[in-house]
Ligand binder design. Structure first.
Ligand code: SF4
Ligand code: SF4
Length: 205
């Protein structure tokens, strides 16, 4: 755990420490970012993102907490892992994007992000979870880009197939065991959300 508070208030490094601590799966090596920009150059969602992953990580380093948690960037991350494969510092970029989403939801800053204007993105994710019990990275990226950026979908196809060949990504979605139970839980959750009215449904997706 990194020290986060000085007498003058939170230090710029405090936010980075918070993000690192909140990212599951071990140290994501965020502090090792050398700002090379390889991640942004690999990212199929770059045109929609307010900040490239490189820029976002510089903002985290600078302690720009609210600006980072209001950024639409994590919400446009389609979990394709292209950036992670290419990052020379082996930074867990995709995992950090999930962490930032969780933090933005927890603090309600998600609602101030322009990502709320992209419901089709989260709908695609939810469709996969409903049908298979998990996200399907290749399908998520492909469906989103075919809908919004067909040319970039074609451009990224070769890279995606390379990752399938290396076993980094599945070519087809795999359904989890016990999907029926999960679907029953999700149906109940939808029922409860409907009963509690529109205020709860308008939250983070
Ligand atoms: S590729 Fe890795 S080291 Fe380079 S800017 Fe992105 S996160 Fe930082
Ligand atoms: S995992 Fe997310 S941030 Fe990385 S290249 Fe894919 S969409 Fe971009």
């Amino acid at each position: 755990m990194v020290a986060r508070q000085s007498a003058a208030g939170p230090s710029p490094g405090a936010f980075m420490a918070e993000v690192i601590d909140a990212t599951p799966g071990g140290d994501p090596h965020l502090e090792l970012c050398v700002q090379c920009g390889t991640c942004g150059g690999s990212c199929p969602s770059g045109p929609d993102m307010e900040h490239t992953p490189r820029h976002l990580f510089a903002m985290i380093r600078a302690g720009m907490r609210e600006e980072v948690l209001r950024s639409n960037t994590p919400w446009y991350c389609v979990s394709c892992y292209y950036c992670m494969v290419r990052c020379p510092q082996e930074i867990h970029i995709t995992d950090i994007m999930y962490t930032l989403k969780r933090m933005a939801i927890k603090e309600g800053l998600y609602r101030e992000s322009t990502a709320v204007a992209a419901p089709s993105f989260s709908e695609t994710f939810i469709d996969f979870v409903n049908n298979y019990g998990r996200s399907f990275e290749l399908g998520l990226a492909t469906r989103y880009h075919l809908r919004h950026h067909p040319l970039s979908a074609v451009k990224m196809a070769g890279l995606g197939l390379g990752m399938v060949r290396k076993g980094r990504m599945d070519l087809t979605p795999k359904r989890i065991e016990g999907i029926e139970q999960l679907q029953a839980i999700l149906a109940k959750a939808r029922e409860l959300a409907a009963d509690s009215g529109p205020s709860t449904r308008g939250g983070a997706r």
